[in-house]
Design a protein around this ligand. Structure first.
Ligand SMILES: C[S@@+](CC[C@H](N)C(=O)[O-])C[C@H]1O[C@@H](n2cnc3c(N)ncnc32)[C@H](O)[C@@H]1O
Length: 314
């Protein structure tokens, strides 16, 4: 039996999408189809378009959801290309009433040693979500300069030990396995830092994974595209798992809400900024204690939701 990734905060996702009019939801991180299945099961009139860059996840998703017939359509690709991907399927902007971004990795990716995502099991230093594309973590570890690695680790919030680990990576080349990288990190960071906020290697693995998969640029592009794609009153729902991503989403939603207007709030807007919609609630929602007990990987999840409002004539 295939074990699926457990969808995080699925009841809230379903509930939120039930409030927006229309019936075409794009699950841009469909993975093995947990959220998509929940949406398809709870509303007979919904059609889901599932996108994922990982072909092995899509294969599982396809088998899982084929019973829904033409209510589910799947396509492989990066969500930064969402407009082109939907265009190829004949789906135009006014048809999209919801977009879901459940970021990060699916459990299959984490739990398959040969994918090289996990610092807990030995495997090749790979970390590509789409195993046919681009630079691997091993290329990065063996080819980046010490300064490039430092910059990369700092950009992921790892300030204290970035230099030590970067230097140790350069000195230990060539690195080809996850176990080698864990060992390098373990030897480079002081004992006090080793257990801060979990295993020290976790943060360095995450920084490399974000780089290898160009995750920041991917997210920036799909957030922008979502505002062009969503129909009036359509919803964008995001679930992120680390503060870098959540910060980007929060800043994006704030900007989209105000249109960048900085006029004094007590005066009418003079700058002509156009709001793209509104945040459905302030701040981010978190999973319940019960959900975290059942699925510890949900712990860091932060869910945000934005309603696109198209202003007449704009
Ligand atoms: C947390 S999982 C989603 C799980 C899914 N919601 C479920 O219930 O099974 C994130 C998925 O997003 C995919 N992904 C991450 N970045 C992507 C990108 N830029 N474009 C397309 N898919 C991406 C990953 O391959 C992974 O399958």
């Amino acid at each position: 039996m295939t074990s699926y990734h457990l969808p995080v905060m699925a009841a809230m996702v379903v509930e939120l999408f039930s409030q927006c009019p229309g019936s075409c939801i794009v699950d841009a991180t469909v993975g093995t189809g947990g959220h998509a299945e929940a949406l398809l099961l709870t509303n007979d009139s919904i059609q889901v378009i599932g996108i994922d860059r990982d072909s092995s996840a899509l294969e599982i998703c396809k088998a899982r959801l084929e019973r829904f017939g033409d209510r589910i359509r799947l396509i492989q690709g990066r969500f930064s290309q969402i407009e082109r991907l939907l265009g190829e399927m004949g789906i135009g902007t006014s048809q999209v009433t919801g977009i879901l971004l459940d970021l990060g990795l699916n459990s299959l990716q984490i739990d398959t040693p040969s994918r090289g995502f996990s610092y807990m099991v030995e495997g090749p230093l790979d970390m590509r979500m789409d195993a046919t594309q681009g630079t691997t973590a091993s290329d990065l570890a063996n080819e980046a300069t010490e300064n490039e690695l430092v910059e990369l680790f700092r950009a992921n919030g790892e300030y204290q030990n970035a230099r030590r680990v970067a230097r140790a990576i350069v000195a230990s080349r060539p690195l080809h396995s996850t176990a080698q990288l864990v060992d390098v990190v373990d030897r480079a960071v002081p004992a006090s830092a080793r257990k801060r906020k979990g295993h020290a290697a976790k943060r360095f693995f995450q920084a490399m994974r974000v780089y290898v998969n160009d995750e920041q640029a991917e997210l920036a592009a799909v957030l922008d595209a979502s505002m062009r794609l969503l129909s009036d009153r359509g919803y964008l729902i995001t679930i992120s798992y680390h503060s870098g991503e959540d910060g980007m989403i929060k800043a994006f939603m704030r900007y989209a809400e105000t249109g960048g207007c900085q006029c004094p709030p007590q005066l009418p807007c003079q700058c002509g900024a156009v709001s793209l919609g509104r945040m459905i609630f302030r701040g981010a929602r978190k999973p319940t204690r019960d959900e975290i007990d059942m699925n510890p990987r949900a712990k860091s999840a932060r869910l945000r939701a934005f309603e696109r409002v198209i202003q007449k004539g704009k």
